[in-house]
Write a protein that binds this ligand. Structure first.
Ligand code: NAD
Length: 427
């Protein structure tokens, strides 16, 4: 078997988002000038920066921030710390953010970035210095009304706390407190919002629930598998289990496990906490070959890790009747064609995982307005918004007799097109 190289995988993600975009743009006959603008990114920043390691040596890191489009508002999107982060990956992920924020009806554009790094190789103190130095190097390329990062793979609320502290420290004392909303996904107590931690997973769960209601499927006892047991994977599994569904397979960066009798979400989570964030060695499940993960017998499959995981290589072997895309870009175009031909439902990433950016928007609003909302209030607002967006996408797909991804893209692109048509192009 010819295995894809790292470079090929990354190129695939950008190619993938472009093919998805062009497909929807063709269907709606998108204005050709607007197509030109949206096919390319506004700004691409590549930064090399030195950091002192614990042993006194200096290492030079490479960081990225790509700002795809801001027609609808400030750039918004996460920061990823992973060896696969490069300019093409950041471009693809930034584009997905533009479609996602537009689809959700938020006053944001799309951006993404990160550092090409394997964070497991660095101490906490080193990661803090790397993050702070990267923030300093980004300077005013980010900002609370300009470009607002958030957590993504291998970054979390602690990372955001270091960023906000560093960013605010570079401002004059009188300006500092006006800059708290430079990032979202902060810890509670440092400007974070109740519910932001679970917002993405809750949104994934809600989308599954709403889809199941439409299809008259009862989620009780339905078996699901999750790829990635981090923020998105864990919280999705938590809410699905609460609904009576059964987790039967998990894959993370270190291993793959399965148990047809069920894996208790809280037990696995607890185990992981004491096992350096890895599921490997969990005694109440069997070890499974990593390449057979997507073939596991189940009803619902939730990719919640990296891009390009479901492809022509494995799509035909998938037994689930529904794919709920917690990750960004987990299914490539060829993989999707096979799934659709086999009658598998797909809730597309820009809809399915949009609870995260909606939760981020709520945090940003609270910071801007000096408000603190209760958890119930945040979750109720999130649920209302997610239901509205789901209904819009589902209805558009039904009316077109087409798939949900194309429907989601159509709604997202048309909103941006309208803004350009109304405003025209300067000068
Ligand atoms: P995370 O760092 O919290 O967790 C990532 C998980 O994926 C970990 O369990 C890790 O071990 C696993 N993983 C990494 N590489 C893997 C591989 N090759 N195979 C299998 N598993 C692997 O990250 P997260 O925030 O949960 O993000 C997961 C996905 O969800 C990403 O695609 C991200 O862009 C997307 N997403 C995240 C948010 C958010 O709010 N955090 C919002 C929208 C979308």
């Amino acid at each position: 078997m010819i295995t894809k190289s790292k470079t090929q995988l990354k190129q695939g993600m950008l190619e993938n988002v472009m093919r998805q975009f062009n497909h929807a743009a063709d269907i709606i006959g998108l204005n050709s000038n607007i197509r030109k603008i949206l096919s390319i990114t506004n700004n691409e920043l590549l930064i090399h920066f030195p950091v002192k390691m614990d042993n006194g040596d200096v290492e030079v890191f490479t960081g990225y921030r790509v700002q795809h489009n801001n027609a609808l508002g400030p750039y918004k999107g996460g920061l990823r710390y992973h060896p696969t982060v490069d300019i093409d990956a950041a471009k693809a992920l930034a584009m997905w953010m533009t479609w996602k924020t537009s689809l959700a009806g938020l006053p944001y554009g799309g951006a993404k970035g990160g550092i090409q790094i394997d964070p497991s190789k660095y101490s906490n103190a080193e990661l803090e210095r790397i993050t702070r130095r990267f923030t300093y190097a980004l300077g005013d390329n980010i900002g609370p009304e300009h470009d607002i990062p958030a957590p993504d793979v291998n970054t979390n609320s602690q990372t955001m706390a270091w960023i906000v502290d560093t960013y605010m420290s570079t401002k004059s004392p009188a300006e500092r407190s006006k800059n708290q909303h430079v990032v979202t996904g902060k810890p509670l107590g440092s400007g974070g919002s109740e519910g932001r931690d679970r917002a993405t997973g809750y949104g994934v769960f809600l989308n599954i629930k709403l889809w199941a209601e439409k299809k008259k499927v009862n989620l009780k006892s339905k078996r699901f598998i999750v790829q990635g047991f981090g923020n998105v994977g864990y919280w999705t599994a938590y809410f699905l289990e609460n609904e009576g569904a059964k987790l039967v397979g998990v894959q993370d960066a270190y291993g793959t496990i399965a148990n047809s009798d069920g894996i208790e979400v809280s037990k696995l989570y607890q185990y992981m906490q004491g096992n350096k964030g890895s599921i490997v060695g969990y005694a109440l499940a069997q070890v499974v070959d990593k390449d057979s993960f997507f073939e596991l017998d189940c009803d619902i499959c939730i990719p919640a890790a990296l891009g390009n995981q479901i492809t022509a290589d494995n799509a035909a072997k998938i037994k689930a009747f529904l794919i709920a895309e917690g990750a960004n870009g987990p299914t490539d175009v060829e993989g999707e064609e096979i799934l659709l031909k086999n009658g598998v439902g797909i809730i597309p990433d820009i809809l399915c995982n949009s609870g995260g950016v909606i939760g981020s928007y709520f945090e940003w609003l609270q910071n801007r307005n000096g408000e603190l909302w209760q958890l119930e209030e945040v979750m109720a607002k999130l649920e209302k918004k997610m239901k509205e967006v789901f209904e819009k996408v589902y209805e558009t797909a039904e009316n077109r007799d087409g798939d949900m991804r194309t429907a989601a893209y159509i709604i997202a692109i048309e909103r941006i097109e309208k803004a350009y048509v109304q405003r025209g192009i300067f000068p």
